[in-house]
Design a protein around this ligand. Structure first.
Ligand SMILES: Nc1nc2c(ncn2[C@@H]2O[C@H](COP(=O)(O)OP(=O)(O)OP(=O)(O)O)[C@@H](O)[C@H]2O)c(=O)[nH]1
Ligand SMILES: [Zn+2]
Length: 205
């Protein structure tokens, strides 16, 4: 290990209270990675790259600064007694896998069965977006989306299915192209009643 890299790693280990590094430190870390891949971070095209990467990370990983439960505090109960399933299908997202920090590209399908109250539809997509903009495993993300809706709305049931392609499997490693991973999470009526679960799955076809 390069002495300067070792110093950075040791300093990171020493500050294991997980204190947030400064922006300058984050930019310096990008510079180290550029040198690691064999680049010259001082050449013209790369001079601003550490700054850009840190700025991009703020956006790509902006989900750490947001609390999904806060998005779901506003509910509506004037729905004329509607108590059937509400399904928001095909919510596009791009997340990043926590093992390799490369993209997970997919769609989330989120359904719930109201118990008197409903959510603003956009809030469901916002919740998916917040969890996506954190480092993830697909399983954890699926469970998190379902759990936060269940806790915030206390509906009769929640069902979440996510289908996604993991770039860590396509652009590196095993290099499978086009495989998709499907995960699902069921709460309440969708967990206890197989016919409700089947109805959710059939509505996704
Ligand atoms: N369960 C699960 N695994 C994931 C997810 N994203 C990536 N992985 C897997 O995480 C595993 C990490 O395995 P390791 O053996 O530690 O890492 P690796 O040497 O890079 O593995 P390979 O990808 O097989 O080269 C790999 O099998 C990835 O496919 C995810 O969302 N869920
Ligand atoms: Zn990965």
């Amino acid at each position: 290990m390069d002495a300067s890299v070792r110093k950075i790693v040791e300093e990171a280990a020493a500050s294991m209270s997980y204190e947030r590094p400064s922006r300058d430190e984050a930019e310096a870390a990008v510079g180290v990675l550029l040198r690691w891949i064999g680049e010259d971070p001082t050449r013209e095209g790369l001079i601003d790259t550490p700054r850009r990467v840190v700025k991009a990370y703020e956006e790509i990983f902006g989900g750490y600064g947001q609390e999904p439960a806060d998005i779901l505090t506003r509910t509506f109960d004037e729905v004329a007694g509607y108590d059937e399933m509400v399904l928001v299908r095909d919510i596009d997202f791009i997340s990043h896998c926590e093992h390799h920090m490369v993209p997970i590209i997919g769609k989330a399908h989120v359904a719930y069965q109201p118990d008197g109250r409903v959510l603003g539809l956009s809030k469901i997509a916002r919740v998916v977006d917040i969890y996506a903009r954190r480092l993830q495993t697909q399983e954890a993300m699926t469970e998190q989306v379902a759990a936060v809706i269940d806790a915030a709305l206390t509906p009769k049931g929640v069902a979440v299915m996510i289908e996604a392609e993991h770039m860590c499997m396509s652009m590196r490693g095993i290099r499978t192209k086009g495989s998709s991973t499907v995960t699902s999470s069921f709460f309440g009526s969708f967990k206890n009643d197989r016919s409700e679960q089947a109805r959710f799955l059939s509505m996704l076809k």
